[in-house]
Design a protein around this ligand. Structure first.
Ligand SMILES: CC(C)(COP(=O)(O)OP(=O)(O)OC[C@H]1O[C@@H](n2cnc3c(N)ncnc32)[C@H](O)[C@@H]1OP(=O)(O)O)[C@@H](O)C(=O)NCCC(=O)NCCS
Length: 142
C-alpha cells in the first residue's frame, strides 16, 4: 500500500487523505510492483499543457536499482500522451539523490519556493522548482 511506503521513505509523509484526494480528482497514479508487492509509485497532474510531478517514491529496500528512473520515464511519457509540453516538480535542496535523478533526466532548476516544506525543530526548508520540456518524440530513458 502506497501510504505504508510513504511513511518509510519520507520524514514528512503525505497523509492518506492526500492520496485519496489525488485518486478522486483523477490524477495519474502509477505503481510499480515486484511480484505481489507494491514497491513504488508516482503521482502526477496533467492539465492545460502542463504536468506536475507531485510524488515519486520507491520503497527504501528497493531504492538505487533503477525503479525511480523507470517510473519517472513512464510518467514523462504519459505527460506527452496527454499533451503536456512542460513538467514541473518541487524537491528539497537536501534531497541529493532525487535532485541527481531529475537533473540526469533533463530537468533544470527554475526557481525556489521559500520555506515550503516542514523541517526539524519547527523550521521550514525551501523547495527547488525544477522543470523540463516534454516533447513528442523525446527519448525518456528507461
Ligand atoms: C528519489 C527516488 C525516487 C529515486 O528512486 P530510486 O529507485 O532509488 O532511483 P534509481 O535507482 O532509479 O536511480 C536513478 C538515479 O537517482 C539517483 N540516485 C538514486 N539513488 C541514489 C543515491 N543513493 N545516491 C545518489 N544518487 C542516487 C542517481 O542519479 C541515479 O542514477 P545513476 O544510478 O545513473 O547514478 C528514491 O530514492 C525515493 O523514493 N526517495 C524517497 C522519496 C523521495 O525523496 N522522492 C522524491 C521527492 S521529490
Amino acid at each position: 500500500m502506497s501510504w505504508q511506503i510513504e511513511k518509510q521513505a519520507y520524514e514528512y509523509p503525505w497523509t492518506k487523505t492526500i492520496f485519496n484526494d489525488c485518486l478522486q480528482v483523477g490524477y495519474c497514479c502509477w505503481v510499480i510492483e515486484r511480484g505481489d508487492t507494491l514497491v513504488g509509485y508516482g503521482v502526477m497532474s496533467v492539465a492545460v499543457g502542463e504536468s506536475h510531478l507531485l510524488n515519486l517514491c520507491v520503497h527504501p529496500d528497493y531504492q538505487s536499482i533503477g525503479l525511480g528512473r523507470m517510473l519517472l520515464s513512464h510518467l514523462l511519457e504519459i505527460a506527452v500522451e496527454r499533451y503536456a509540453n512542460m513538467t514541473f516538480l518541487e524537491v528539497r535542496p537536501s534531497n541529493f539523490s532525487a535532485i541527481k535523478l531529475y537533473l540526469e533526466n533533463g530537468f533544470d532548476e527554475i526557481g525556489v519556493r521559500r520555506n515550503y516544506y516542514p523541517a526539524k525543530m519547527g523550521q521550514r526548508e525551501d523547495a527547488l522548482i525544477l522543470a523540463r520540456t516534454v516533447v513528442r518524440g523525446d527519448e525518456f530513458s528507461e
